[in-house]
Structures are given as structure tokens and as C-alpha cells.
Design a protein around this ligand. Structure first.
Ligand code: GLU
Length: 594
């Protein structure tokens, strides 16, 4: 029976994959990362300064810059930028979603990790993603299910972060977002193509979505300011009354009324309760760090699996490629692909919310284990479908690997302020426009689809199974890189499962090849699946890749090309000045304060 479920999941994934590769649309649907891609001719936005902000939308970057100019900290600017993104990039993140923050406090010389991930309601059960016959729900159906909505964490994270690291009054950081929601903004191409994409994935379950984003059944006019008055009211309430209003006040009550209303068919959906909202908690986690050559790379621990995958990848790659300074050396491509595949095998097996299973974080990252993993990789032969390892701390765990989940609907931003504080922040609502349900003008996430749909395989539990008050495994991996005790790079990206692939590529380009931020964000990505090595289609290095493809195939790689909708946001300290760059695959903008 469980084997049957496994093959059904595999079959569904394969069908979706073939569907996406054979029927590409103008909106570039990619079911692993269903967000839209900018034209390949987009230019990279760059900026330099004492303080720099890079976000996925020009209005959010400008709002962050205003805050930095007024003497606000990086945290104040994160609040302002995320509030504006809720309005102008609702397809990717917002106050109805969740987020991770990595924050360097320059005065305390301390790196903080705040976890504002969505949490499953207390009534969630391990069969939430199964049909009555025990088969997993289809992904499309799950994405618009009320059961997919996790208790949102973003507002609590912004509040907590602001309480610790903010300098400007809380409400001041909301001014721009309220003004833009009230007066409107001109819809960007990506905003419009995301609405189009949401329509293809399904919007008929949400009248609120249709009336806001498809007035009269059409996309909003790109020449008329798009307003969201309900969201302006919600933002004003949060600005004036703080976090209480969101989790225990009128916003919470309205959210519950809306969820009940959406439960039209009377089905027994176990959505959140007022208690779940009232009890939402931000967790302060210990960042995870590993040396990479002469630097130290720090990122987010579980429930992120992306952070561990990134550190393992870099660790294994460094052993195999002690020197790496030629961009066309086939071994760097071969070894990177192999390192990624091994790291992916571990994260789909060992990572979940540590409240359910003890995640062997130390074992997965220790030198002896990284060496053991590197020893599996051969210079002359690709190792396809590698198995997870057995790190120290896993001895008592008898788990099954989970089928890979889909991702999307995510944003990353990086900000350094004039005081030297740095924020690397990833926010998400999951699938493009999340569940597409709306309350108070806010998109409600569907982050709980990041849980494994099946709780076990072959009698063995899956670490990332659904459970009450659990946080689903994420790939989001905000990063800060140090040289000695000094932060020199902050970076991150959306992209679902492939986030650590994008990040390891970019970090290697910056640190090994010495590429400037602009090239690190624009040059092509290398990614993997268990049996494939994927090079980016239409990429800026594509010509260079053709001879590499042949060489990789000789080593046994099955090479495929695909497009990616990464959204790297990067700042790097070079010659005493911060340099920022935004990924040209989205609409990001870098801004600087001289
Ligand atoms: N839900 C995904 C995660 O947390 C979002 C990441 C993304 O799509 O970029 O991993």
C-alpha cells in the first residue's frame, strides 16, 4: 500500500515535469519553482554605498532606502521593504506568509537567526495531505486547500526583529506601504504575469482573489494605479496597534471569520483557531556555519534544509576542488553537481522540524562526515541517485526519504545600514500568490504544502511529515559570509528546492573566481536532480557551456537545460564599500546611500 503511494507520487511528479517541459507557456511555468521569469535581456541592477538595499521590487528598495536615509537600521528597512512587498509583490511574500531572518548586529558583533516560519494548526494531522483512499492529494488541489494555510509568522518576526534591532518608531516603517496600497502602483510585468500564472493554477475557489486581482475577469490595466484599500487598512492597524492586533486583535478575528466563510462545502477542514494565532511564536535559532576556504559561511538551521545542503555542498566541493580559479574547468562543474546531489539526498532524508525528530545537524556538518561524503565522488564517473549518509546522531532514527516538494512564491532581500548591521531575509507565501485566499487584503500562504504529503513510506516515518504545531521543512537559506569576524557578503534567493543550488553557484563565483556581484547574479546556474545535471537555458554563459556539456556527458552526467526564475539579492564588501546586485531574472533593484 505504502509502496503504491510512493509510486503514485513519483508518477505525479514525472507527469508534471513532462507537462512543464513539453508545454512551456509565455508565463514560463516551471512546476518546481512556479514563478515567472523576466525576459533574458533584463539588465542587472547594481548600486554601491555605505548602506545598500537589494530587494525584488523597485518600490520596496526605494522604501528601504528612505528608511536608511533617515538613520533607520537594516531591521527598520526590512520592515518597510517587507510591508511594501506585501502590496506590490503579493505573489511572492507578505504578512500572510512566513520568513527567516539572519541578522548581524554590528555593535554586539553577533549573528542572530529568527524563525518566523508558518506553523501547522494544533488540529493538523498526518493524513491532511491524503485522499480518503490513502493516496496523496494532487499538488494542484493541495495548493488551494484551506489545510495548506499555516499560521503566518512574518508579522511576528518583523515585530520581534524591530523590538531587538529597530531604531525608528515601528509605525514609521509602514508609511510607504500604506501610501502605496491606498494610492496604488503601476502593475509591473511580473505582477501581471504572476496573476496570469495563478489563474492557470486555479483561482475559482477564491472570489476575493478574482475580484481584487482580476477585476471583470481581466488582468489589471498596466497604466492604471492598482490599489488595495483593504490591505491599506490592515497595514494601518498593524502600524498603529502592533503585533497584538494581528495575532489577538481584529485582524485575527477577521481572519477566522474569513476562513469559516471559505469553508463553503462544510468539509471538515482542520484550519487554524484563534488559539493557534494567539500562541504563534518566533524561535531564535542558532545559525549554522562552516568554513569555506578562508571564509566562514553562515546560514539558517532546520526547519530549513537548504542551509545544511548549502554548507555540505561547499564543504564537499572544497575537498574535491582545493583550487578553483578557471571558470571553464569541467571538474568544477562535475564536482559541484556531485556535491549538490549528495547534499540533496541528505536533506530529503534527515531534515524536518526538530520538535518532531532530533535532526542530526552537528553530524551532518562535521568535518569527518563531509570527508566521508566527498569520498563517494569519483573524478571520472557521475554518481547518480546517491543515497543519504548516516551522520553521527542518526543512529536511532529509522526514517524514509521524502519525495521532493514544489516551491515558489518567495522573495529575498539583503540590506546593510550605515551602522554596519546586516539583514539577509527570505519571505514566502509559497505557490505563486500562496493559497490565493485573501483576508484583510492579504494573500494567505499555502506553506503547509512544503510538508511531505505522505507521512511514511514502507513503514518508515518521513522526518518532514505533517504534525500539529510543526513547521514544514524549507529550502529558504539566507546567508552571511564572514572574513575573520567581519561580514563581507550577504546573499539569498527564492527558488524552492534549488535555492542552495543557486547559492552555492553564486558563492563559488564570488569567492573562487572573484567575479563581481553583477556577474555572480547574472551568470548561469548549475542545478541537479537525482539523475540529471541541469544547466541554465538562455543564460549569459550559454555559449561557454556547450563544450562543457559534452565533457560532462562523457563523465556520465545526463545533462538537461532549463530556465530558472531565481531572485538572487546580493551585497558584497569590496574595497571598503558595499556593492549590491539584483538578479536580472526578476524585477529587483539595488539602491545605495553614499
Ligand atoms: N516554500 C518554499 C520553501 O520554504 C519557498 C521557497 C521558494 O520557493 O523559493 O522552501
Amino acid at each position: 500500500m505504502t509502496l503504491h503511494i510512493f509510486w503514485l507520487t513519483v508518477l505525479t511528479k514525472i507527469t508534471l515535469y513532462f507537462f512543464s517541459s513539453f508545454f512551456p507557456t509565455s508565463a514560463q511555468v516551471n512546476w518546481d519553482s512556479p514563478e515567472t521569469l523576466q525576459s533574458k535581456d533584463s539588465v542587472v541592477s547594481t548600486a554601491t554605498g555605505r548602506a545598500v538595499a537589494v530587494t525584488a521590487n523597485p518600490l520596496a528598495s526605494d522604501a528601504a532606502l528612505k528608511i536608511l536615509e533617515r538613520g533607520g537600521t537594516a531591521m527598520d528597512a526590512v520592515v518597510a521593504a517587507q510591508a511594501v512587498l506585501t502590496v506590490v509583490e503579493p505573489q511572492s511574500s507578505g504578512l500572510g506568509g512566513g520568513s527567516f531572518l539572519l541578522y548581524w548586529d554590528e555593535q554586539k558583533k553577533f549573528l542572530y537567526a529568527l524563525d518566523g516560519r508558518e506553523t501547522a494548526p494544533s488540529r493538523a494531522g498526518k493524513d491532511d495531505w491524503l485522499n480518503e483512499d490513502g493516496t496523496p492529494l494532487s499538488w494542484i488541489k493541495a495548493t488551494k486547500s484551506l489545510s495548506a494555510i499555516g499560521v503566518p509568522g512574518t508579522t511576528a518576526l518583523l515585530w520581534e526583529g524591530h523590538g531587538r534591532f529597530g531604531r525608528l518608531p515601528w509605525n514609521e516603517n509602514f508609511e510607504e506601504s500604506i501610501r502605496i496600497a491606498e494610492q496604488g502602483f503601476l502593475p509591473s510585468p511580473r505582477f501581471l504575469s504572476s496573476i496570469f500564472l495563478a489563474k492557470r493554477i486555479g483561482i475559482n475557489h477564491s472570489d476575493a482573489f478574482k475580484s481584487l486581482y482580476l477585476p471583470n475577469g481581466d488582468l489589471p490595466n498596466k497604466n492604471i494605479p492598482f490599489q488595495n484599500k483593504a490591505l491599506a487598512r490592515t497595514l494601518t492597524r498593524i502600524a498603529d496597534l502592533g503585533v497584538e492586533e494581528f495575532y489577538r486583535g481584529n485582524i485575527a478575528k477577521d481572519l477566522l471569520i474569513d476562513l469559516n466563510k471559505y469553508q463553503l462545502d462544510g468539509a471538515n477542514v482542520r484550519t487554524m483557531t484563534l488559539n493557534d494565532l494567539a500562541n504563534y511564536q518566533i524561535y531564535e535559532r542558532n545559525p549554522i556555519c562552516r568554513p569555506y576556504r578562508k571564509w566562514r559561511v553562515c546560514t539558517f538551521p532546520p526547519p530549513s534544509g537548504g542551509g545544511i545542503a548549502l554548507l555540505q555542498t561547499l564543504g564537499i566541493f572544497e575537498i574535491l576542488m582545493p583550487r578553483n580559479n578557471e571558470k571553464k574547468n569541467v571538474f568544477s562543474w562535475h564536482y559541484l553537481a556531485e556535491s549538490l546531489r549528495l547534499a540533496d539526498a541528505d536533506r530529503s532524508h534527515w531534515i524536518g522540524d526538530p520538535i518532531d525528530w532530533p535532526v542530526p545537524v552537528d553530524g551532518l556538518l562535521e568535518d569527518s562526515y563531509i570527508k566521508e561524503r566527498a569520498a563517494f565522488i569519483k573524478p571520472n564517473k557521475a554518481h547518480l541517485s546517491p543515497l543519504p549518509g548516516t551522520p553521527r546522531g542518526s543512529e536511532l532514527l529509522d526514517l524514509a526519504s521524502q519525495p521532493r516538494t514544489s516551491g515558489g512564491g518567495t522573495t529575498h532581500l539583503v540590506i546593510v545600514d550605515i551602522y554596519g548591521n546586516i539583514a539577509s531575509y527570505t519571505g514566502s507565501v509559497e505557490t505563486v500568490f500562496g493559497s490565493r485566499y485573501i483576508s484583510g487584503g492579504m494573500i494567505l500562504n499555502n506553506q503547509l504544502t512544503d510538508f511531505s504529503f505522505v507521512p511514511s513510506i514502507g513503514g518508515k516515518s518521513i522526518s518532514n511529515r505533517v504534525g500539529p504545531k510543526k513547521r514544514p521543512m524549507s529550502s529558504m537559506s539566507p546567508v552571511i559570509v564572514f572574513s575573520g569576524n567581519r561580514p563581507v557578503i550577504a546573499i539569498g534567493s527564492p527558488g524552492g528546492w534549488v535555492i542552495p543550488h543557486f547559492l552555492s553557484n553564486a558563492i563559488i563565483k564570488l569567492l573562487d573566481l572573484g567575479l563581481p556581484p553583477k556577474e555572480a547574479v547574472e551568470t548561469s546556474h548549475l542545478s541537479v536532480r537525482p539523475t540529471e545535471t541541469i544547466l541554465e537555458k538562455n543564460a549569459f554563459w550559454f555559449k561557454d557551456q556547450l563544450d562543457i556539456v559534452k565533457k560532462l556527458e562523457l563523465l556520465g552526467h545526463r545533462v538537461k537545460t532549463r530556465s530558472f526564475s531565481s531572485g538572487l539579492a546580493l551585497i558584497q564588501l569590496r574595497d571598503g564599500l558595499w556593492h549590491g546586485a539584483a538578479d536580472p531574472r526578476r524585477e529587483g533593484k539595488a539602491v545605495g546611500l553614499q
